[in-house]
Design a protein around this ligand. Structure first.
Ligand code: NAP
Length: 289
């Protein structure tokens, strides 16, 4: 369907897409555009693309352009590639925030270029072209957030593309995506950074390495604190209102829990933990089917 695909930003997500395309559709010509000479060199060494450049003009002739850079960089990149795009090119993205990005990009888009915003719900805490792997999207959700302006045929083509990468596509409005992901992704990431910070401060007060005395529970929280700070800074700058809502909801729950612990409310805690446990087990069960 797409003969030439440009991936802009060849990090974890961009290089994983390229690896999977190489595996399932080796005839597709993959173009890499990354502003980092170092990343371009690695893409050549890893043989992940057929053309590699740090010049935006390289997008010329592509049927599909995938933005896989931090969300704050996307509007500027779209402005810089627009003069080089051919008629009927489809642009999609993989950014973790949708409403602001969709607004900024649709504002500058000419009529003959379609934008289908997307977000694969898959990732790791690692960055860069070496971190990617072809199986990353296997059976994972890939959310598309088209608007009234998005042509139906472009949505269909991008949906088929994501499914060919192994993902299950779900369509939802950009604001619902952002409100949902603020709770399921952006808040947990904040908590992870905060857990490390709080444990380290305790270590300074106690004059010993508190973090080294941690087991699986802490590691489960802390793992994603290894994630790229630029990517996450952009998420909180572009999804501010929904993240604030998630923080407020969490803060209310935390206050409720603090109250139970302070008052030795064992029954309250037991009921709370049992309800959360049951909800989590139901979720795990639904993932099996
Ligand atoms: P990454 O591994 O850091 O890769 C991003 C790549 O884009 C890097 O090679 C970076 O180069 C390059 N880049 C940055 N600004 C650029 C620009 N202006 N022009 C050209 N290239 C540029 O990041 P990632 O984890 O793949 O994330 C990419 C996107 O996917 C983000 O929008 C993120 O929100 C989204 N996402 C991430 C995950 C995840 O778990 N990581 C999951 C789903 C979606 P430099 O490093 O040299 O700046």
């Amino acid at each position: 369907m797409f003969k030439t695909i440009t991936i802009i930003g060849f990090g974890l997500i961009g290089s994983s897409i390229a690896r999977k395309i190489r595996r399932v559709a080796p005839d597709i010509h993959i173009v890499c555009y990354d502003h980092s000479e170092d990343v371009c060199r690695k893409v050549i060494d890893l043989n992940l693309a057929d053309s590699v450049s740090s010049d935006p003009a390289v997008v010329g002739g592509s049927n599909l352009v995938i933005l896989a850079v931090p969300v704050g960089a996307m509007p500027g990149i779209v402005q810089s590639i627009l003069p080089h795009l051919t008629e009927n090119t489809i642009i999609t993205d993989v950014g973790s925030v949708k409403e602001q990005v969709v607004y900024d990009i649709e504002l500058v888009l000419p009529n003959d270029i379609a934008f289908v915003a997307g977000h694969p719900i898959a990732g790791t805490e690692f960055s860069g072209p070496e971190a990617g792997f072809a199986e990353l999207f296997e059976n994972r959700l890939w959310i598309l957030t088209p608007t009234a302006q998005t042509p139906a045929l472009a949505i269909q083509h991008v949906q088929e593309f994501c499914e060919n990468l192994g993902a299950n596509v779900k369509i939802m409005p950009p604001d619902i995506h952002d409100r949902t992901l603020a709770m399921t992704s952006h808040l947990p990431q904040l908590i992870s950074y905060m857990m490390i910070h709080a444990a380290d401060r305790l270590g300074q007060d106690l004059h010993h390495d508190v973090i080294s005395c941690s087991a699986n529970g802490f590691h489960g929280f802390a793992r994603i604190a290894a994630s790229d700070p630029v990517m996450w800074r952009d998420v909180y700058l572009t999804n501010k209102d929904h993240v604030l809502e998630a923080i407020d909801r969490f803060q209310n729950t935390l206050s409720q829990m603090r109250h139970m612990v302070e008052n030795g409310d064992g029954q309250g805690m037991h009921d709370f933990f049992s309800a959360s446990r049951a909800r989590h087990l139901k979720h795990l069960e639904s993932r099996k089917s």
